[in-house]
Design a protein around this ligand. Structure first.
Ligand code: GUN
Length: 283
């Protein structure tokens, strides 16, 4: 029988737990999200993050900047937020408009407020298996969902399709730190089905519909779908041909209701952790 890995239920439990912890604090965690331009998908993600931050009891601030924002004004805002003692987490929503270079900004965020874990110091700590201030939310959410369902990672063949800095690369480090044998496949990989067929845990993070078909999946594998594709009818699809694969796999995440909610829950967890780090180091 196939288990549907219900990320929504798991994420709701995590959020309720965060909300309860926050209600017992004398202080309020603060999350600042910066959205540059009007990418429709980013606007939806940011709205969802704001909703959950408010639910958790955080101080949630969205900074919406116009598409033609200059490098200087974005750097000024980051600097201001770095200094703001009411803000524990700073998230710069990606992608940025083309005239702005992502790493000109990500490495200016204080690593102790880098709620995405994208700063080179946090990425380096993850690489070295030293505790980063924050771990990237989507990879962290994937590991959490696997562990919540008691899916063994150690010694398993994990194949990731996609080598992004947001998902594929940090996830490869987390899986390696959990003692999986990790393969990263990408757009130039040859004989992809041959590789994916060996996966005990297969993670697809490409944003391409039907990237993973039933013929590419080993029987009883665990399938994690990170893709979020919005169709013309407004419905969301993932990378994985869910209907064809659900009877081959032993565990599979749905889209929506799988990794998406887990990502947001991990963002809230990271914000709370950074807040507690700040307040406890002050004591
Ligand atoms: N865009 C898509 N996913 C993410 C994410 O996890 N963090 C940020 N900052 N931008 C994103």
């Amino acid at each position: 029988m196939t288990t549907i890995l219900d990320g929504k239920t798991c994420a709701d439990k995590i959020l309720d737990n965060i909300k309860e912890q926050v209600s017992k604090l004398d202080t309020t965690p603060g999350l600042a999200v910066i959205l540059v331009g009007n990418n429709p998908a980013s606007s939806i993600y940011v709205k969802n993050k704001e909703k959950k931050a408010q639910y958790a009891g955080f101080n949630s601030i969205i900074h919406k900047l116009p598409k033609n924002t200059t490098k200087e004004s974005l750097l000024n805002l980051i600097e201001k937020l770095n200094k703001d003692c009411n803000i524990d987490g700073i998230l710069l929503q990606l992608p940025l408009p083309k005239h702005l270079n992502t790493y000109d900004f990500l490495d200016k965020i204080d690593p102790k407020k880098d709620v995405d874990g994208f700063h080179p110091i946090n990425a380096g700590k993850l690489l070295l298996n030293e505790k980063p201030y924050a771990i990237p939310c989507t990879p962290k959410g994937i590991i959490r969902l696997l562990k919540t369902h008691n899916i063994q990672i150690e010694g398993k063949n994990a194949v990731i399709i996609g080598r992004s800095n947001i998902v594929g690369k940090p996830l490869s480090m987390l899986l390696l730190n959990e003692n999986a044998t990790v393969t990263i496949a990408h757009s130039k990989t040859k004989n992809l089905p041959e590789i994916t067929k060996k996966a005990d845990i297969l993670i697809s993070a490409t944003g391409t519909e039907n990237m993973v078909t039933a013929e590419m999946v080993k029987k009883n594998a665990t399938i994690i779908d990170v893709g979020i594709i919005r169709k013309d009818d407004g419905k969301l699809r993932g990378d994985v041909d869910f209907d064809a694969i659900k009877d081959v796999a032993s565990n599979i995440t749905p889209v929506p209701g799988g990794i998406g909610p887990m990502t947001i829950a991990m963002l809230m967890e990271n914000t709370l952790e950074l807040h507690l780090l700040k307040t406890r180091t002050k004591e």
